[in-house]
Ligand binder design. Structure first.
Ligand code: PLP
Length: 395
């Protein structure tokens, strides 16, 4: 079976050597008296990745979806009214989960290629004088369409409406890549996973929660067991877990945090922005368009590129895979066949991005898309050459 060498899907992402070797260890005793010396500082440093000083983080042996379930089932009650918006495969799945867990979801269906409709949320929250809405949900970065939404704006909408609803954010493809300020933006639950900005294998559902969310958990009556905050807190307070933790992933997480915090989060964000700009220059030079409808939605972690009418984007992805040993993301659901996605998040630099663009040009030409060879990769190269690196950290 062929496994591509050049991985440019929007997660899982490349694992840096330091992270990989940190996980290449003997199995360890997760109940040893030494273990808390490792875990307690780890919990504190994970909080830093979310820009959180109060509250707590939970590290579940799951993917990001498990952290979603934990956030909902610990803080809300069946029948609670919540406000959500759907504009891509992941925001869609979140709505689906909320409905299946018994929440009364008010869904705003937005055009795919746009994001959280902050103005509409503001109107609805302002009109909700009895505070029936218990939580407001936002997908920070919709990975299916390459759209980033304005979470600070959403907090402002809640504040302006003097609305006490909890604010839930899906940060699966943004935390550790795109500016995210959990505390400053008053986010109550932020969900992430290990396989994107944290540059690890899949297997950790990473959930950051505010003190307000922890308070809500005390009165929430929804059924939960494996994902219970309470069980986690009881054990995490002493540096342990209620079940066997994924110790190698935790060791890898330590190394990943050392890289992220060592580079400096703001430098990490600037690097992602610069690499994303290079990709956007390439898309422009190819004469193609992004799925994101407006620059204000541009994502710095993934670009969903629209192929011309009459071309099946899945063919481009397949061709890249089989002919060039290169993986791009396929179009999902409503944008299947219409877009292919270049993931530009995690442990990447300019030359790696250049390779992906060069590969995209070959695959697109093979599929009959008339892009000028070297046009996109050249435009990105000129952009990288003429702008300054934010960080000198080698990947
Ligand atoms: N939310 C977003 C924005 C995602 O991109 C993904 C996965 O790609 C998920 C949620 C689901 O996360 P997981 O696959 O880790 O369960």
């Amino acid at each position: 079976m062929l496994v591509t060498t050049h991985l440019f899907i929007p997660g899982p992402t490349k694992i840096p050597e330091a992270v990989r070797s940190a996980m290449d260890i003997r199995m360890e005793d997760m109940r040893s008296p030494e273990f808390p010396k490792f875990t307690l500082p780890l919990f504190e440093d994970v909080k830093k990745a979310f820009k959180l000083t109060n509250g707590r983080v939970f590290l579940f042996p799951s993917s990001g979806t498990g952290a979603w379930e934990s956030a909902i089932s610990n803080t809300l009650n069946r029948g609670d009214k919540v406000l959500m918006s759907r504009f891509g495969q992941f925001s869609l799945l979140w709505v689906d989960m909320a409905q299946r867990l018994g929440l009364n979801v008010q869904v705003l269906d937005e055009e795919w290629g746009t994001g959280v409709p902050v103005e509409k949320y503001a109107e609805i929250l302002t009109a909700d004088k009895n505070h029936e809405i218990k939580a407001v949900f936002a997908t920070h970065n919709e990975t299916a369409t390459g759209v980033t939404s304005d979470i600070a704006g959403l907090r402002k909408a809640l504040n302006d409406a003097k609305h006490p609803a909890l604010l839930f954010v899906d940060g699966v493809s943004s935390v550790g890549c795109i500016d995210f300020r959990m505390e400053e933006w008053g986010v109550d639950c932020c969900v992430s996973g290990s396989q994107k900005g944290f540059m690890l294998p899949t297997g950790l559902g990473i959930l950051a929660v505010s003190n307000k969310a922890l308070e809500a958990a005390k009165t929430s009556k929804m059924e939960r067991c494996y994902f219970s905050f309470e069980d986690m807190i009881k054990n995490n307070d002493n540096g342990y877990f209620p079940y066997t933790p994924a110790t190698q992933l935790l060791r890898g997480l330590r190394a990943s945090l050392d890289l992220l915090l060592g580079e400096g989060l703001d430098n990490v964000f600037a690097r992602h922005h610069r690499l994303a700009e290079g990709v956007r220059k390439a898309v422009g030079a190819w004469g193609l368009k992004l799925c994101a409808k407006d620059p204000k939605w541009h994502s710095d972690t993934v670009s969903a590129i629209l192929v011309p009418e009459g071309v099946d984007s899945a063919q481009v992805v397949k061709t890249a895979f089989y002919r060039y040993n290169l993986s791009f993301g396929v179009g999902l659901n409503k944008v299947a066949g219409k877009v292919f996605r270049i993931g530009h998040l995690g442990a990447l630099d300019e030359v790696m991005i250049g390779g992906a663009l060069f590969g995209a040009e070959m695959a697109m030409r093979d599929c009959g898309i008339d892009v000028v060879p070297g046009s996109g990769s050249g435009a990105a190269a000129e952009y990288f050459r003429s702008t300054t690196k934010a960080s000198a950290t080698s990947r």
